[in-house]
Design a protein around this ligand. Structure first.
Ligand code: NAD
Ligand code: UFG
Length: 338
């Protein structure tokens, strides 16, 4: 019996693999390396001392995916694979809908065919849209503002319909808040290509001197210091949340959306200050206009995760800053060749 992990070479997937392997859970990984590198899996092996069964296959390749289901006795699936850049999704909606929706449909069809009905799906806090107020609770009305977010919302809906038609499925929709940081070994972490869209990789690249200064998007939000507030969660805490969700699918039938966050909001200025103090590195910044589509404040109500999964985040913002910096400073340019 094994757990199929789609997108396991990616940022969150690789950290989750470490936790799964360390818990002696058998894994089978598929990834097409569209946003990751084979080295990530070598690093997972280095950290855990365990081999990873891996197939370089695209979710859109139904025959290739079916071969994996045929060959292995899959018991459950953790589905990370997907494209995730908000701005790119606005420019390339067809690619996003095709990759994320069609890829998921093929996966769910094969799961149904092979009687695999336990699923943990990577959703996002982006499905709460712009108008809900934090702390965000799971049963709020959902809306999205870009094709990426819409793929998450649509996949959640598709899974609800699958469950309605066949209540023997056991599905957890994990709505991640803002995952940052890296494994404490410094061997795996986030590896953005090009100019980072997200705050922490931008901060670490300024720290290392790759970028001159951080642009802070907006200083007039209705927040204590005027800069945007988010619920940053250490990627290792997030990874551990998947093991709890997986365990939940083995005992409970149903479909549940569950927030994974810390329940605490931190502003951009707080992140900079914490990063500077934790690492003794200066982060020059300048204020810029608000980024279109951003909201002032977004943080989770985390009581459902605690109640249903018995999980809560343990690591502090300081831990996140220290671990993100260790990863960046071990590999200033390119983690494969440095
Ligand atoms: P990532 O890009 O690092 O990992 C995704 C992996 O999926 C990559 O290794 C990529 O190569 C692979 N992939 C993409 N399309 C594929 C396909 N058609 N077939 C096979 N493999 C494919 O992203 P991540 O940050 O690890 O995110 C994992 C999941 O969590 C994604 O679904 C993402 O949308 C979701 N999520 C991420 C965040 C975040 O801030 N990182 C927040 C909320 C939700
Ligand atoms: N920010 C800056 N400068 C930057 C980058 C970000 O000031 O260069 C600010 C943003 O305005 C925001 C905060 O830092 O206030 C965090 O921004 P991120 O881009 O890191 O994260 P977001 O909350 O905007 O977006 C993330 C994911 C999305 C997901 C969303 C909701 O990147 O994929 O959370 O879950 F949809």
């Amino acid at each position: 019996m094994a757990v199929l992990v789609t997108g396991g070479a990616g940022y969150i997937g690789s950290h989750t693999l470490v936790e799964l392997l360390e818990a002696s859970i058998d894994v089978v990984v598929v990834d097409n390396y569209s946003n990751s590198k084979p080295e990530a899996l070598n690093r997972v092996k280095r950290i855990t001392g365990k081999d990873v069964t891996f197939y370089e296959v695209d979710l859109l390749d139904e025959k290739g995916m079916e071969a994996v289901f045929k060959k292995h006795d899959i018991e459950a699936v953790i589905h990370f694979a997907g494209l995730k850049a908000v701005g790119e999704s606005v420019a390339l909606p067809l690619s996003y809908y095709h990759n994320n929706i069609t890829g998921s449909l093929i996966l769910f069809k094969l799961m149904n065919q092979y009687g695999v009905k336990k699923l943990v799906f990577s959703s996002s806090a982006t499905v709460y849209g712009l108008s809900n107020l934090s702390p965000l609770i799971e049963d709020l009305p959902l809306s999205t503002t870009n094709p990426y977010g819409t793929t998450k919302w649509m996949i959640e809906k598709i899974l609800e319909d699958i469950y309605q038609a066949d209540p023997t499925w056991q599905i957890v929709l994990l709505r991640y808040f803002n995952p940052i940081g890296a494994h404490e070994s410094g061997l795996i972490g986030e590896d953005p290509s090009g100019i980072p869209n997200n705050l922490m990789p931008y901060v670490t690249q300024v720290g290392i001197g790759k970028r001159k200064q951080l642009g802070i998007f907006g200083k007039d939000y209705d927040t204590p210091d005027g800069t945007g507030v988010r619920d940053y969660i250490h990627v290792v805490d997030l990874a551990k949340g998947h093991l709890s969700a997986l365990a939940y699918t083995t005992t409970q039938q149903g479909i549940e959306a569950i927030n994974l966050g810390t329940g605490k909001g931190h502003s951009v200025l707080e992140v900079i200050k914490t990063f500077e103090k934790a690492n003794d590195v200066k982060i020059p910044y300048t204020f810029m206009d608000r980024r279109p589509g951003d909201i002032g404040t977004c943080y989770a109500d985390v009581s459902k995760a605690k109640e249903l999964l018995g999980w809560e985040a343990k690591r502090s913002l300081e831990d996140m800053c220290r671990d993100a910096w260790r990863w960046q400073s071990m590999y200033p340019e390119d983690y494969v060749n440095d």
